[in-house]
Design a protein. Structure first.
Length: 259
């Protein structure tokens, strides 16, 4: 099992994962709200430049250069996307989440990092495989990647429709038949689906689906860590949109290293 550690910055708690030890990183708690990444980067690596996005529940992954180009050529303050991958050292890439899965990835050989926002829609659209494809086009090898999934809503409390389960399931099970996909998901060892007493509903473990996507790419379980915290069930540390219905978030970020 990969270990997770609590740290303090200015008396406030954030989480790190030993799998990402080579990089300054953190899964920050709601206690930091409403601070933004340019300030939170000071906790990780004051010399780094901070990058963030306007997240839209898609699978677009951008580089800092693409973010800068977009902001310089449009009226938008932020680029629309759900993932960032670094291009050079000392780039801090950040995502916000409030039940969706924050995913931080590092490459032990190149030092390159990624930060992704993987809710059920982003997961259905395979945002993690998209990001890894871009990292590979920048010279990464699968064996060198380390993937940490931060605090997110746990399967046992995340009720969704069977249609949503089938949509996300189709990312790992190639079938057009909704019922077949759901049945196949239920039959998987350590299934991402749990039964629900309400008709037409199931409980969905989104992080587990992301793990299955990674395994299909050829990434081993030793390269993946999942935070032992559920945003919905840990109100003392994390905002949960399901719990509060408020547009508040916690930030997760990682700083690229040198080759």
């Amino acid at each position: 099992m990969h270990t997770w550690h609590w740290h303090n910055w200015e008396g406030l708690p954030y989480l790190t994962c030993n799998l990402l030890k080579p990089w300054s990183h953190g899964f920050f708690t709601q206690q930091f709200w409403p601070r933004l990444p340019n300030e939170l980067t000071q906790a990780l690596q004051p010399a780094a430049s901070a990058y963030r996005l306007k997240q839209v529940h898609g699978n677009t992954v951008l580089t800092p250069q693409e973010v800068d180009d977009h902001v310089n050529t449009s009226d938008d303050d932020l680029a629309l996307a759900d993932g960032l991958i670094s291009q050079q050292p000392l780039q801090a890439v950040w995502v916000a989440s409030a039940d969706c899965t924050p995913v931080l990835i590092g490459d032990v050989k190149t030092g390159q990092v990624a930060a992704l926002h993987a809710g059920w829609r982003g997961t259905a659209a395979k945002i993690i495989p998209e990001a890894i494809m871009r990292m590979r086009s920048h010279g990464s090898s699968l064996a060198d990647l380390r993937v940490a999934m931060g605090p997110a809503i746990a399967g046992e409390v995340y009720q969704v429709s069977v249609e949503v389960a089938a949509e996300i399931g189709s990312s790992i099970i190639p079938d057009d038949d909704l019922e077949k996909i759901v049945d196949t998901l239920h039959d998987l060892p350590n299934s991402p689906l749990l039964r629900d007493i309400e008709p037409g509903k199931v409980r969905l473990d989104v992080r587990r689906v992301n793990v299955l996507q990674l395994e299909q790419l050829g990434i081993s379980l030793e390269q993946i860590a999942i935070a032992p915290y559920c945003t919905f069930q840990t109100p003392e540390h994390f905002f949960s949109y399901r719990r509060e219905r408020e547009k508040k978030v916690q930030w997760s970020g990682i700083v690229s290293g040198s080759k």
